[in-house]
Ligand binder design. Structure first.
Ligand SMILES: C[S@@+](CC[C@H](N)C(=O)[O-])C[C@H]1O[C@@H](n2cnc3c(N)ncnc32)[C@H](O)[C@@H]1O
Length: 324
Protein backbone atom coordinates (compact mmCIF):
# COMPACT_ATOMS: atom_id res chain seq x y z
CA UNK A 1 0.00 0.00 0.00
CA UNK A 2 1.25 3.49 -0.79
CA UNK A 3 1.45 5.79 2.20
CA UNK A 4 1.41 9.56 2.24
CA UNK A 5 4.91 10.90 2.63
CA UNK A 6 6.67 7.76 1.45
CA UNK A 7 9.82 8.59 -0.49
CA UNK A 8 9.63 7.23 -4.03
CA UNK A 9 11.08 7.88 -7.45
CA UNK A 10 9.78 10.83 -9.51
CA UNK A 11 8.67 10.66 -13.14
CA UNK A 12 4.92 11.06 -12.92
CA UNK A 13 2.63 14.02 -12.53
CA UNK A 14 1.09 12.34 -9.51
CA UNK A 15 4.20 13.18 -7.58
CA UNK A 16 5.23 16.56 -6.29
CA UNK A 17 8.87 17.24 -5.50
CA UNK A 18 9.23 18.64 -1.96
CA UNK A 19 12.14 20.88 -1.02
CA UNK A 20 13.39 18.26 1.40
CA UNK A 21 13.55 15.71 -1.41
CA UNK A 22 10.52 13.70 -0.31
CA UNK A 23 7.44 13.11 -2.44
CA UNK A 24 3.77 13.10 -1.60
CA UNK A 25 1.24 11.22 -3.67
CA UNK A 26 -1.79 13.49 -3.79
CA UNK A 27 -4.18 11.06 -5.39
CA UNK A 28 -3.39 8.39 -2.88
CA UNK A 29 -3.78 10.91 -0.08
CA UNK A 30 -7.19 11.80 -1.48
CA UNK A 31 -8.05 8.16 -1.87
CA UNK A 32 -7.18 7.54 1.75
CA UNK A 33 -9.49 10.39 2.77
CA UNK A 34 -12.24 9.23 0.42
CA UNK A 35 -11.68 5.51 1.15
CA UNK A 36 -11.29 4.45 -2.51
CA UNK A 37 -10.11 0.85 -2.19
CA UNK A 38 -9.11 0.38 -5.83
CA UNK A 39 -6.57 3.13 -5.69
CA UNK A 40 -5.24 2.12 -2.31
CA UNK A 41 -4.42 -1.31 -3.65
CA UNK A 42 -2.12 0.10 -6.34
CA UNK A 43 1.57 0.18 -5.59
CA UNK A 44 4.07 2.81 -6.69
CA UNK A 45 5.35 1.17 -9.92
CA UNK A 46 1.78 0.89 -11.18
CA UNK A 47 1.07 4.55 -10.57
CA UNK A 48 4.14 5.83 -12.33
CA UNK A 49 4.10 3.41 -15.28
CA UNK A 50 2.89 4.67 -18.66
CA UNK A 51 -0.20 2.99 -20.07
CA UNK A 52 -0.45 2.69 -23.84
CA UNK A 53 -3.77 2.81 -25.69
CA UNK A 54 -4.41 -0.13 -28.02
CA UNK A 55 -5.54 0.62 -31.58
CA UNK A 56 -9.09 -0.65 -31.06
CA UNK A 57 -9.63 1.53 -27.98
CA UNK A 58 -8.23 4.54 -29.80
CA UNK A 59 -10.65 3.99 -32.69
CA UNK A 60 -13.57 3.52 -30.31
CA UNK A 61 -12.80 6.69 -28.35
CA UNK A 62 -11.92 8.89 -31.32
CA UNK A 63 -15.07 7.98 -33.25
CA UNK A 64 -17.17 8.71 -30.15
CA UNK A 65 -15.52 12.12 -29.64
CA UNK A 66 -15.91 13.07 -33.33
CA UNK A 67 -19.54 11.96 -33.45
CA UNK A 68 -20.61 13.60 -30.18
CA UNK A 69 -18.40 16.70 -30.08
CA UNK A 70 -17.21 17.24 -33.65
CA UNK A 71 -13.55 17.09 -32.59
CA UNK A 72 -11.27 15.27 -35.04
CA UNK A 73 -8.84 12.86 -33.42
CA UNK A 74 -6.43 11.50 -36.03
CA UNK A 75 -3.90 8.83 -35.00
CA UNK A 76 -1.29 11.57 -34.53
CA UNK A 77 -3.25 12.65 -31.42
CA UNK A 78 -2.92 9.25 -29.71
CA UNK A 79 -0.01 10.19 -27.46
CA UNK A 80 -1.71 13.47 -26.51
CA UNK A 81 -4.81 11.46 -25.53
CA UNK A 82 -2.73 8.98 -23.54
CA UNK A 83 -0.98 11.73 -21.63
CA UNK A 84 -4.31 13.36 -20.75
CA UNK A 85 -6.17 10.16 -19.86
CA UNK A 86 -3.51 8.02 -18.16
CA UNK A 87 -4.03 9.54 -14.75
CA UNK A 88 -7.82 9.23 -15.00
CA UNK A 89 -7.62 5.52 -15.96
CA UNK A 90 -5.33 4.79 -13.04
CA UNK A 91 -7.32 6.89 -10.58
CA UNK A 92 -10.32 4.74 -11.42
CA UNK A 93 -8.21 1.71 -10.54
CA UNK A 94 -8.37 0.29 -14.08
CA UNK A 95 -5.50 -1.44 -15.78
CA UNK A 96 -6.18 -0.95 -19.50
CA UNK A 97 -7.90 1.45 -21.89
CA UNK A 98 -10.29 -1.31 -22.89
CA UNK A 99 -11.47 -1.56 -19.27
CA UNK A 100 -11.66 2.24 -19.10
CA UNK A 101 -13.84 2.52 -22.21
CA UNK A 102 -16.05 -0.39 -21.12
CA UNK A 103 -16.56 1.50 -17.85
CA UNK A 104 -17.22 4.98 -19.24
CA UNK A 105 -19.68 3.64 -21.83
CA UNK A 106 -21.47 1.48 -19.23
CA UNK A 107 -24.72 2.70 -17.65
CA UNK A 108 -22.80 3.72 -14.53
CA UNK A 109 -20.07 5.49 -16.53
CA UNK A 110 -22.62 7.34 -18.66
CA UNK A 111 -24.10 8.82 -15.50
CA UNK A 112 -20.75 10.17 -14.28
CA UNK A 113 -17.33 9.72 -15.83
CA UNK A 114 -18.26 9.89 -19.52
CA UNK A 115 -19.50 13.43 -19.04
CA UNK A 116 -16.09 14.48 -17.70
CA UNK A 117 -13.98 12.78 -20.37
CA UNK A 118 -14.63 15.76 -22.64
CA UNK A 119 -13.01 17.97 -19.99
CA UNK A 120 -9.77 16.07 -20.57
CA UNK A 121 -9.98 15.86 -24.33
CA UNK A 122 -10.72 19.47 -25.27
CA UNK A 123 -7.89 21.93 -25.87
CA UNK A 124 -8.63 25.04 -23.83
CA UNK A 125 -5.72 27.32 -24.70
CA UNK A 126 -6.82 30.94 -24.51
CA UNK A 127 -5.63 34.41 -23.43
CA UNK A 128 -6.88 37.82 -22.48
CA UNK A 129 -6.89 40.07 -25.57
CA UNK A 130 -6.04 37.11 -27.79
CA UNK A 131 -6.10 38.29 -31.43
CA UNK A 132 -6.62 41.78 -30.08
CA UNK A 133 -7.43 43.37 -33.47
CA UNK A 134 -10.95 41.89 -33.18
CA UNK A 135 -11.79 43.85 -30.03
CA UNK A 136 -10.31 47.00 -31.49
CA UNK A 137 -12.26 46.62 -34.74
CA UNK A 138 -15.53 45.98 -32.88
CA UNK A 139 -15.37 48.93 -30.50
CA UNK A 140 -13.38 51.49 -32.50
CA UNK A 141 -14.77 50.89 -35.97
CA UNK A 142 -17.85 48.74 -36.25
CA UNK A 143 -20.03 49.59 -33.25
CA UNK A 144 -20.44 53.34 -33.92
CA UNK A 145 -21.65 52.74 -37.49
CA UNK A 146 -23.72 49.68 -36.47
CA UNK A 147 -25.54 51.79 -33.85
CA UNK A 148 -26.39 54.38 -36.49
CA UNK A 149 -27.26 51.99 -39.31
CA UNK A 150 -29.70 49.88 -37.28
CA UNK A 151 -30.61 52.32 -34.54
CA UNK A 152 -29.54 49.71 -31.97
CA UNK A 153 -28.12 50.58 -28.57
CA UNK A 154 -28.64 47.30 -26.79
CA UNK A 155 -26.24 44.56 -27.88
CA UNK A 156 -26.25 40.84 -27.28
CA UNK A 157 -22.84 39.21 -27.53
CA UNK A 158 -22.00 35.51 -27.37
CA UNK A 159 -18.57 34.07 -26.62
CA UNK A 160 -19.12 30.58 -28.06
CA UNK A 161 -16.37 28.23 -26.88
CA UNK A 162 -15.35 30.61 -24.09
CA UNK A 163 -12.87 28.24 -22.41
CA UNK A 164 -11.69 29.55 -19.01
CA UNK A 165 -13.20 33.01 -19.50
CA UNK A 166 -10.38 35.17 -20.83
CA UNK A 167 -12.28 35.90 -24.07
CA UNK A 168 -15.65 36.90 -22.52
CA UNK A 169 -13.94 39.00 -19.83
CA UNK A 170 -11.94 40.75 -22.56
CA UNK A 171 -15.29 41.50 -24.19
CA UNK A 172 -16.63 42.86 -20.90
CA UNK A 173 -13.63 45.19 -20.57
CA UNK A 174 -13.88 46.33 -24.22
CA UNK A 175 -17.63 46.97 -24.03
CA UNK A 176 -17.40 48.72 -20.67
CA UNK A 177 -14.75 51.04 -22.09
CA UNK A 178 -16.98 51.64 -25.11
CA UNK A 179 -19.87 52.45 -22.80
CA UNK A 180 -17.82 55.18 -21.13
CA UNK A 181 -17.75 56.97 -24.47
CA UNK A 182 -21.32 55.93 -25.44
CA UNK A 183 -23.42 55.97 -22.27
CA UNK A 184 -26.61 55.24 -24.23
CA UNK A 185 -25.38 51.68 -24.80
CA UNK A 186 -26.19 48.54 -22.82
CA UNK A 187 -25.21 44.95 -23.51
CA UNK A 188 -25.57 41.39 -22.33
CA UNK A 189 -22.98 38.68 -22.73
CA UNK A 190 -23.41 34.91 -22.96
CA UNK A 191 -20.37 32.68 -22.42
CA UNK A 192 -20.70 29.01 -23.40
CA UNK A 193 -18.52 25.96 -23.65
CA UNK A 194 -18.99 22.21 -23.91
CA UNK A 195 -16.65 21.58 -20.96
CA UNK A 196 -18.12 22.18 -17.52
CA UNK A 197 -14.66 22.34 -15.99
CA UNK A 198 -13.69 25.44 -17.98
CA UNK A 199 -17.10 27.06 -17.45
CA UNK A 200 -16.55 26.67 -13.72
CA UNK A 201 -13.17 28.43 -13.96
CA UNK A 202 -14.68 31.19 -16.09
CA UNK A 203 -17.51 31.64 -13.61
CA UNK A 204 -15.06 32.09 -10.75
CA UNK A 205 -12.98 34.62 -12.69
CA UNK A 206 -9.83 33.87 -10.67
CA UNK A 207 -6.49 33.93 -12.50
CA UNK A 208 -2.78 33.74 -11.78
CA UNK A 209 -1.35 37.22 -12.12
CA UNK A 210 0.80 36.34 -15.14
CA UNK A 211 -2.38 35.45 -17.08
CA UNK A 212 -3.40 39.13 -17.12
CA UNK A 213 -0.08 40.31 -18.56
CA UNK A 214 -1.70 41.13 -21.96
CA UNK A 215 -4.26 43.40 -20.24
CA UNK A 216 -3.34 47.13 -20.41
CA UNK A 217 -2.33 48.53 -17.00
CA UNK A 218 -5.30 50.83 -16.62
CA UNK A 219 -7.74 48.02 -17.34
CA UNK A 220 -5.96 45.76 -14.85
CA UNK A 221 -6.58 48.40 -12.19
CA UNK A 222 -10.21 48.93 -13.16
CA UNK A 223 -11.36 45.36 -13.67
CA UNK A 224 -9.32 43.13 -11.31
CA UNK A 225 -8.80 42.78 -7.58
CA UNK A 226 -5.63 41.28 -6.13
CA UNK A 227 -6.10 38.49 -3.62
CA UNK A 228 -5.28 39.53 -0.04
CA UNK A 229 -4.04 36.04 0.76
CA UNK A 230 -1.97 35.45 -2.38
CA UNK A 231 -0.49 38.45 -4.26
CA UNK A 232 0.02 36.25 -7.33
CA UNK A 233 -3.69 35.76 -7.82
CA UNK A 234 -6.29 38.20 -9.15
CA UNK A 235 -10.05 38.07 -9.53
CA UNK A 236 -12.37 39.91 -11.89
CA UNK A 237 -14.37 42.43 -9.85
CA UNK A 238 -17.84 41.13 -8.99
CA UNK A 239 -19.73 43.84 -10.88
CA UNK A 240 -17.97 42.69 -14.08
CA UNK A 241 -18.24 38.95 -13.35
CA UNK A 242 -21.98 39.55 -13.05
CA UNK A 243 -22.07 40.75 -16.65
CA UNK A 244 -21.63 37.17 -17.89
CA UNK A 245 -24.26 34.48 -18.19
CA UNK A 246 -22.96 30.94 -18.58
CA UNK A 247 -24.42 28.00 -20.44
CA UNK A 248 -23.10 24.60 -21.48
CA UNK A 249 -23.58 24.34 -25.24
CA UNK A 250 -22.30 21.58 -27.51
CA UNK A 251 -22.11 22.87 -31.10
CA UNK A 252 -23.01 19.40 -32.33
CA UNK A 253 -26.47 19.64 -30.75
CA UNK A 254 -29.35 20.23 -33.13
CA UNK A 255 -30.55 23.23 -31.14
CA UNK A 256 -28.55 25.47 -28.82
CA UNK A 257 -31.56 26.44 -26.70
CA UNK A 258 -31.18 30.09 -27.72
CA UNK A 259 -33.53 32.51 -29.49
CA UNK A 260 -33.07 32.82 -33.25
CA UNK A 261 -31.83 36.10 -34.79
CA UNK A 262 -31.07 37.39 -31.30
CA UNK A 263 -27.30 38.08 -31.28
CA UNK A 264 -25.41 41.08 -32.59
CA UNK A 265 -21.95 39.57 -32.28
CA UNK A 266 -20.78 35.98 -31.97
CA UNK A 267 -17.17 35.19 -31.14
CA UNK A 268 -16.37 31.59 -32.00
CA UNK A 269 -12.60 31.64 -32.22
CA UNK A 270 -10.18 28.73 -32.26
CA UNK A 271 -12.89 26.12 -31.82
CA UNK A 272 -13.92 25.13 -35.35
CA UNK A 273 -10.30 24.40 -36.20
CA UNK A 274 -10.77 21.07 -34.37
CA UNK A 275 -13.73 20.09 -36.62
CA UNK A 276 -13.73 18.85 -40.22
CA UNK A 277 -14.92 21.21 -42.99
CA UNK A 278 -18.52 19.89 -43.38
CA UNK A 279 -19.02 20.07 -39.59
CA UNK A 280 -17.59 23.61 -39.52
CA UNK A 281 -20.05 24.65 -42.23
CA UNK A 282 -23.05 23.13 -40.41
CA UNK A 283 -22.09 24.92 -37.18
CA UNK A 284 -21.56 28.26 -38.96
CA UNK A 285 -25.01 27.95 -40.59
CA UNK A 286 -26.45 27.50 -37.08
CA UNK A 287 -24.56 30.56 -35.83
CA UNK A 288 -26.02 32.57 -38.73
CA UNK A 289 -29.54 31.62 -37.61
CA UNK A 290 -28.76 33.29 -34.25
CA UNK A 291 -27.34 36.50 -35.73
CA UNK A 292 -29.31 39.66 -36.43
CA UNK A 293 -28.91 41.16 -39.91
CA UNK A 294 -25.69 43.20 -39.91
CA UNK A 295 -24.38 41.18 -36.95
CA UNK A 296 -20.85 39.82 -36.98
CA UNK A 297 -19.25 36.41 -36.60
CA UNK A 298 -15.63 36.44 -35.41
CA UNK A 299 -13.53 33.34 -36.12
CA UNK A 300 -9.97 32.47 -35.03
CA UNK A 301 -6.99 33.65 -37.07
CA UNK A 302 -6.49 30.29 -38.80
CA UNK A 303 -10.18 29.66 -39.48
CA UNK A 304 -12.18 30.77 -42.52
CA UNK A 305 -15.47 30.29 -44.38
CA UNK A 306 -13.69 29.82 -47.71
CA UNK A 307 -15.59 27.38 -49.96
CA UNK A 308 -18.65 27.36 -47.69
CA UNK A 309 -22.17 28.16 -48.76
CA UNK A 310 -23.06 30.53 -45.90
CA UNK A 311 -24.80 33.95 -45.87
CA UNK A 312 -21.74 35.85 -44.61
CA UNK A 313 -19.58 38.55 -46.13
CA UNK A 314 -16.02 39.12 -45.01
CA UNK A 315 -15.44 42.62 -43.56
CA UNK A 316 -11.98 42.07 -42.03
CA UNK A 317 -9.68 39.06 -41.86
CA UNK A 318 -11.72 36.38 -40.00
CA UNK A 319 -14.61 38.80 -39.34
CA UNK A 320 -17.87 38.13 -41.21
CA UNK A 321 -21.08 40.11 -41.49
CA UNK A 322 -24.42 38.33 -41.64
CA UNK A 323 -26.30 39.30 -44.77
CA UNK A 324 -29.67 38.44 -43.20
C1 LIG B 1 -8.87 26.63 -27.85
S1 LIG B 1 -10.29 27.02 -26.90
C2 LIG B 1 -10.71 28.61 -27.55
C3 LIG B 1 -11.04 29.59 -26.48
C4 LIG B 1 -11.33 31.03 -26.97
N1 LIG B 1 -12.45 31.07 -27.87
C5 LIG B 1 -10.11 31.63 -27.61
O1 LIG B 1 -10.06 31.80 -28.84
O2 LIG B 1 -9.15 31.93 -26.90
C6 LIG B 1 -11.51 25.95 -27.65
C7 LIG B 1 -12.74 25.74 -26.77
O3 LIG B 1 -13.77 25.12 -27.56
C8 LIG B 1 -14.50 24.22 -26.76
N2 LIG B 1 -15.17 23.21 -27.60
C9 LIG B 1 -14.62 22.14 -28.22
N3 LIG B 1 -15.55 21.40 -28.81
C10 LIG B 1 -16.74 22.02 -28.60
C11 LIG B 1 -18.10 21.74 -28.97
N4 LIG B 1 -18.42 20.65 -29.68
N5 LIG B 1 -19.06 22.59 -28.57
C12 LIG B 1 -18.74 23.71 -27.85
N6 LIG B 1 -17.49 24.03 -27.46
C13 LIG B 1 -16.50 23.19 -27.83
C14 LIG B 1 -13.42 23.62 -25.86
O4 LIG B 1 -13.97 23.06 -24.68
C15 LIG B 1 -12.49 24.80 -25.61
O5 LIG B 1 -12.75 25.43 -24.39
Amino acid sequence: MVMEGVKCSAGTDLLEARPAGTYFIHDVTNAIRQKKPNLLLMDTPNISSFMSMDAESFERLSSYVTREYGIKLPLAKKSMLESRLNKKVKTLGLSSYKEFLDFIFSDEGKKGELFHVIDLITTNKTDFFREAAHFHFLTQEYLPSYQQEFNRNNFKVWSAGCSTGEEPYTLVMSLEEYKKRHPEVSYSLLASDVSLRVIQTAYQGIYDIERIEPVPLELKRNYFLRSKKNPNVVRVKPQFRNKLQFKRINFMDQHFGLMKADYDFIFCRNVLIYFDKPTQERVIVKFCSHLKPGGLLFLGHSESIMGMNVPLKQVRPTVYRYAG
